[in-house]
Write a protein that binds this ligand. Structure first.
Ligand SMILES: NC(=O)c1ccc[n+]([C@@H]2O[C@H](COP(=O)([O-])OP(=O)(O)OC[C@H]3O[C@@H](n4cnc5c(N)ncnc54)[C@H](O)[C@@H]3O)[C@@H](O)[C@H]2O)c1
Length: 423
């Protein structure tokens, strides 16, 4: 495990174990990177079968958030938290508040939000102890359910995929299979039916979820399970349920020419992206197209304005296009092109815009090697941001008035840190 935290090039900035025996809170917060600003990512509440599994998960998830936030153009690094336990039986006000105090103790290096097992009402409770919380309810100044813009972003990614493959972003008349019609999947079906007049085929393990979609869209076709869906005659496959949807069994059986869906971690193992490419299937990377939700909660930090957040989520169309263009130019699968683009932004984020140091490395530039002047600059900027953050925290100022993103902008390349005057 320490290899994964301290490992060269792959390491995390900070991993915090949080234990509150009174409320039985056991949580792990992982900050992969604050190169672009305070780490932003949700809290997963899940009954992990061991502490090791929970740590593995939080390390993977926080790294994925760093890539997602970078590609979404957000001034946020990547972080994530896991609470070990069954949310159905162990979620209490005391536990959520204890968790909030731990997040608060990080002084804004990590900003939390909802994830599997946590909901807007939980974030409202966490926010009673902590300033660094997004994904709250609209009654508490929050943006509410993030699946609204997640689904919208996936829809934009799908349009860009259609344009790349068929020369037009229109999905009219295309057969789109949606696996999982929960919060994200059912809103995606709304876009496909209302905005595109696409033919939609769905599946879900929950009858209630299927009934909800059929009530609004009686013309939608239903198949028995995901296995039947991937074998059905499809133009586009949209995995919107669990991770690992693209694996050694499913990819050879796919009929669709495009895969674009909301589920996280769709590629079951490294190498599957190449199998997709070899089969001529265009894969829109999951963390690129499902970034609408994090864009929504990030906007909340500035005081949520739906139109502004939606405009930013609409840019997923352009970024998806760009990723496909890089993939074609460089002869790599889109998943590799997306990783490169995200890594480039993280690596170049600390360069001041002067003649000897470009604000952003040109496309195709490798990440500065560890130990090189470029690398040192990037890492020292991170610690400068930390200094600014701790100065803010040190004078007892709470952040949501606050705009942590602005602090990160100020702090990113500030050589010294002067305490702020409090009015
Ligand atoms: N909600 C967001 O804002 C958001 C943001 C980014 C990524 N995601 C990802 O999108 C996916 C869906 O998230 P959600 O918020 O809609 O969750 P959800 O729990 O509301 O919906 C998931 C749906 O998938 C169904 N399902 C589960 N197993 C299935 C199976 N084997 N076959 C078919 N259906 C199955 C469930 O019954 C449920 O209806 C997850 O992978 C999540 O991590 C969500």
């Amino acid at each position: 495990m320490t290899d994964r935290v301290f490992g060269e090039n792959t390491g995390h900035e900070q991993v915090v174990f949080c234990h509150d025996p009174g409320s039985v809170l056991k949580a792990v917060i992982a900050i992969y990177s604050t190169a672009l600003g305070p780490a932003l990512g949700g809290t997963r509440f899940y009954p992990y079968d061991s502490e090791d599994t929970a740590v593995e998960d939080v390390l993977d998830l926080s790294k994925a958030m760093a890539y997602k936030n970078a590609l979404a153009g957000l001034d946020h690094g990547g972080g994530k938290a896991v609470i070990i336990g069954d949310p159905a039986t162990q979620k209490t006000e005391a536990l959520l508040r204890a968790y909030g105090r731990f997040v608060q103790s990080l002084g804004g290096r990590y900003i939390t939000a909802c994830d599997v097992g946590t909901y807007v009402e939980d974030m409202d409770v966490v926010a009673r102890e902590c300033s660094f919380v997004t994904g709250r309810s609209p009654e508490h100044g929050g943006a509410g359910d993030s699946s609204v813009l997640t689904a919208y972003g996936v829809y934009q990614g799908m349009r860009a995929s259609a344009e790349h493959l068929w020369g037009t972003p229109s999905l009219r008349g295309r057969r789109v299979g949606v696996a999982g019609v929960g919060k994200v999947g059912h809103l995606l079906v709304d876009h496909l039916v209302h905005d595109e007049d696409a033919e939609v085929v769905i599946t879900d393990v929950s009858e209630a979820m299927i009934d909800r979609v059929r009530l609004t869209h009686p013309g939608v076709e239903v198949v028995a399970d995901t296995d039947a869906l991937i074998r059905a005659d499809l133009d586009v496959y949209a995995p919107c349920a669990l991770g690992g949807a693209l694996n050694d069994e499913t990819v050879p059986a796919l009929t669709a020419k495009i895969v674009c869906g909301g589920a996280n971690n769709q590629l079951a193992h490294p190498g599957i992206e190449k199998t997709l490419q070899d089969r001529g299937i265009l894969y829109a990377p999951d963390y690129l197209v499902n970034a609408g939700g994090v864009i929504q909660v990030a906007d909340e930090i500035e005081g949520f304005v739906f139109g502004r957040a939606q405009a930013r989520a609409a840019k997923i169309f352009d970024t998806t296009r760009r990723v496909f263009a890089i993939a074609s130019e460089e002869g790599v699968p889109p998943a590799v092109a997306a990783d490169r683009l995200a890594e480039q932004r993280m690596a170049s984020s600390c360069f001041p815009a002067t003649s000897d140091a470009p604000a952003a490395a040109p496309r195709g530039s490798p990440r500065p090697p560890r130990g090189s002047p470029g690398w040192q600059k990037a890492t020292s900027c991170q610690s400068d941001w930390q200094k600014v953050a701790s100065c803010e925290a040190g004078i007892g100022r709470r952040w949501p008035s606050a705009n942590p993103a602005a602090v990160s902008r100020r702090g990113r390349c500030v050589p010294t840190c002067a305490p702020k005057q409090v009015p």
